[in-house]
Design a protein around this ligand. Sequence first.
Ligand SMILES: Nc1ncnc2c1ncn2[C@@H]1O[C@H](COP(=O)(O)OP(=O)(O)O)[C@@H](O)[C@H]1O
Ligand SMILES: [Mg+2]
Length: 325
Amino acid sequence: MTRMRCFGGCTRPLPARLHRFQGADPAGLPAYPQPNNMALTIPERLAAACRKTPERTAWLERLPDTVHDLKRRWALTLDRPFDGEEGSCAWVAPVTRADGSSAVLKLGMPHWEGEHELHGLRFWDGDPTVRLLAADEAWGAMLLERCEPGTTLRALPEPEQDLVIAGLLRWLWRVPAAPHPFRPLSVMTASWSNETLADAGRWPDAGLVREGLRLFRELPHTSPTEVLLATDLHAGNVLRAQREPWLVIDPKPFVGDPAYDATQHLLNGVARLHADPGGTIRRFADLLGVDPERVRLWMFARAAAEPRDEWEDDDSLALARAIAP
Ligand SMILES: Nc1ncnc2c1ncn2[C@@H]1O[C@H](COP(=O)(O)OP(=O)(O)O)[C@@H](O)[C@H]1O
Ligand SMILES: [Mg+2]
């Protein structure tokens, strides 16, 4: 059930195949020709995610020209893009700036949940996220402070991850002053509900899913406080850095209930959730200083009613049954 959201949004079957892959670079990765005859390496996981919608296919077709343009405008020397287990929704590469300093260039594929990533980074302004050094809003392109060594928080055992993530979330949760561009959490839960309703014919347990959908409607409107949430903060989006021990990357900001922000990290630790769902939820909620009952309800709603590719034999439904209200 790791990172349901990104993959939930990116894995629907779509017809388009990319036509412009030409050969492979020495690492076996497909490469696009660039106007200056320099090939742009495209990690296969990103290519696969982009094949799934015509909009993303078109975005990937334009990517080499866009990167070339940004490289010139921001005077960058590019290195090979990151191609690890973590990312698949963006083209992200280490770069060197004209003054010799290191940075990271990130261009996210079209993905509505991540639409305000650069606005979020501007709002948090380095506390405790990576800093936004430059941006091209039209392209959603970001030049980011580079985390070095950049090891993910997954390298630590889960109890230590809990402490780091709880500290980062409490630091992130601030109220944005109006006017701001951020959408309410209810927009996200409404969109997920529509996707899930469209799959009603495949639900194995309609009662459970309907209860989850009810909570998706209700929970956004009963929160005691509303703050800017990261919504995708899990250990893979927390990197080792120099100016702080850990910095947050890849936020998908929405305004809403802080208890919601507990869910992404918890859903990434499936084994302990199944072994002791109530205790795992309660301990992490206590670290966050949020109401454990609201975390449990959000966890139930996501496990029961979040859109997914496979509805049968889903671990999520077992979790939903274990923590049902
Ligand atoms: N600021 C950064 N400093 C160092 N590495 C980074 C930085 N941003 C991203 N990365 C690397 O790129 C990978 C994917 O980045 P991420 O923003 O999480 O993309 P995605 O949206 O695809 O999840 C990360 O796992 C990390 O290895
Ligand atoms: Mg990420």
